[in-house]
Ligand binder design. Structure first.
Ligand SMILES: Cc1ncc(COP(=O)(O)O)c(C=O)c1O
Length: 302
């Protein structure tokens, strides 16, 4: 009777080498993922050092060591000030921020003629920006699918505060996909002349289901502005904004590459952004605010 694997004597280095070679000979396709083993050894060695198997699909990607090292180098060797001023440390910071903004647009194939990248603390922060600034009104409505993240559900409170109608489109058990006919019928409830916002996740964080991106165009054709929650989708899928053009799209970067936390993004179509009205002002969003005059002037696009 063969020994239980747990009771086998450990192989010496030569025997291990031979066994590996025999295994690779029998299963050559195993070598096709050698790059992943290499990455694991160079960038994520802490996993094996601590004996971890880390399984993640949507929640939080792990950072690579080189990300941390490059960031430390940058911080240790450069002097950065607050952006949006004219001194050298400030312009150095502004340049990096603008480079990052341009790269985010490029990565998602979003034309800078059509889209603006607004950095936020996370996807929830981006959703709040849309929720608090969208022109909900009595004649308008907020339609969302059953399987949204709570940060998308939470926008209904902004809608309700302005007496807009809130509607939920169901998903169908057992696979929890959208009921196409029902969603089409909900989209027909569009209120012409009002502001209508439809929100859904490209990938549900609850079920993992991918919802068709074709709903973006279908909803827009019926008169809806579309808010696509891409937070769970983009860590494992490419989103091409030259093909799919939601009015608003939100994500958290730590979910893609783990570090830094505390930064996400709202990608907004310029035409849709023009509809938003920020209900307050803050540091970088204004050109000037007067205390005595009780007035403020927003930055262009603010
Ligand atoms: C689909 C989806 N939307 C929104 C969020 C909120 O992301 P954050 O907590 O980074 O704001 C998450 C987080 O898991 C998510 O999976």
């Amino acid at each position: 009777m063969p020994a239980h694997p747990a009771h086998r004597e450990p192989l010496d280095a030569d025997a291990l080498h031979e066994a590996q070679a025999a295994f690779l000979h029998a299963y050559p396709e195993f070598a096709s993922t050698a790059r992943l083993d290499e990455l694991r050894a160079t960038e994520y060695a802490r996993l094996d050092q601590a004996g971890h198997v880390y399984l993640d699909y949507t929640g939080g990607g792990l950072y690579a060591c080189s990300q941390i090292n490059q960031h430390m180098d940058l911080l240790c060797n450069e002097v950065f000030g607050n952006p949006h001023s004219t001194n050298p440390t400030s312009t150095a910071m502004t340049r990096l921020v603008e480079q990052a903004r341009a790269y985010v647009l490029e990565f998602f194939h979003a034309s800078p003629d059509d889209y603006v990248a607004v950095f936020t603390q996370n996807a929830s922060g981006a959703l709040k920006l849309v929720g608090e600034s969208y022109p909900f009104e009595v004649a308008g409505q907020y339609l969302l699918t059953f399987d949204n993240h709570n940060s998308v559900n939470g926008i209904r409170e902004f809608a309700r505060a302005k007496d807009a109608r809130v509607l939920y489109a169901p998903v169908r058990p057992p696979d929890m996909r959208l009921d196409d006919d029902k969603l089409d019928a909900f989209l027909d409830y569009v209120r012409p002349g009002g502001n209508n916002l439809f929100a859904y996740p490209a990938q549900s964080n609850f079920t993992g289901v991918h919802h068709s991106l074709a709903w973006i165009e279908r909803a827009q054709a019926k008169g809806w502005d579309v808010l696509l929650d891409a937070a769970a989708f983009v860590p494992t899928n490419r989103l091409d904004l030259s093909r799919w053009q939601p009015d608003f799209c939100v994500m958290s970067f730590y979910k893609i590459f783990g570090y830094p936390t505390g930064i996400g993004c709202l990608l907004a179509r310029k035409t849709a952004l023009a509809k938003l009205h920020r209900p307050w002002f803050a540091g970088g969003t204004i050109t000037v605010a007067s205390v005595q005059g009780d007035r403020y002037y927003l930055q262009p696009g603010g």
